[in-house]
Design a protein. Structure first.
Length: 200
């Protein structure tokens, strides 16, 4: 084969341009029924993989369903979806289960994640502290996203930061788990946090 052959001479550059995007793992976490599965489903470019099971009468007595009357299922293992940010970067999203009894799975789900989006519902702040605390302790970069159920947030963000003891350096934002653009913006904030950590 001649070295000046135009096709073979261009091959290495062509190969470089089709290099697959860098895979980045992010976790979508939070307490029971805050909108984790909804968020993964809103943004995923593939049909999201879900592990929903019907909420049993026993669980209904334990978990607060009063604010989400239409909720009939709960995540029993994880949610999975993905999102290509640009040709160089693809996000792989893992949603945690929310019921406390599945908390033992979180360590496995966050393994290898560069960051987390912790979703909170301001109507049930008591249920949301544990997730924030988990990411603080694990020292995984994260952002806290208040899901504005029905467009309303019960407390202002300073109160939420204080109540959940969110550190000053951790971004706190309002989003809508049902809106693709809103979820994308929240995930980009998590990515920024992860990059910031990597640079420091
Ligand atoms: N009005 C409104 N409803 C929402 C919103 N996000 C989620 N929901 C509803 O709230 C319920 C809970 O949503 P899920 O996405 O299942 O919550 P989850 O955090 O995955 O729940 P678990 O896996 O059981 O912990 C569902 O009935 C959703 O349709 C929102 O932004 N506004
Ligand atoms: Mg779920």
């Amino acid at each position: 084969m001649r070295p000046t052959d135009p096709i073979t001479a261009g091959a290495p550059a062509a190969q470089a341009s089709v290099r697959p995007p860098l895979p980045v793992k992010l976790v979508v976490a939070g307490g029971f029924g805050v909108g984790k599965t909804t968020a993964v489903g809103s943004i995923s470019e593939i049909e999201p993989l879900t592990t929903e099971a019907a909420i049993t009468e026993v669980a209904a007595g334990v978990d607060d369903l009063s604010h989400t009357p239409s909720k009939t299922t709960t995540t029993v293992a994880m949610d999975f979806g993905c999102l290509t940010i640009d040709p160089t970067l693809k996000l792989y999203l893992f949603g945690t289960p929310g019921q406390e009894r599945f908390g033992f799975m979180w360590d496995d789900i966050v393994e290898g994640a560069v960051g987390g989006l912790v979703i909170v519902d301001t109507r049930r702040l008591d249920d949301c502290y544990a997730a924030v605390d988990y990411f603080e302790h694990k020292q995984i970069p994260f952002a806290v996203a208040v899901n504005a159920f029905d467009g309303k947030v019960e407390h202002d963000l300073d109160e939420v930061r204080w109540a959940l003891d969110v550190a000053d350096g951790v971004p706190l934002l309002v989003f809508d788990a049902r809106e693709r653009g809103s979820v994308r913006d929240a995930l980009l904030v998590v990515l920024e946090q992860a990059l910031h950590r990597a640079e420091n």
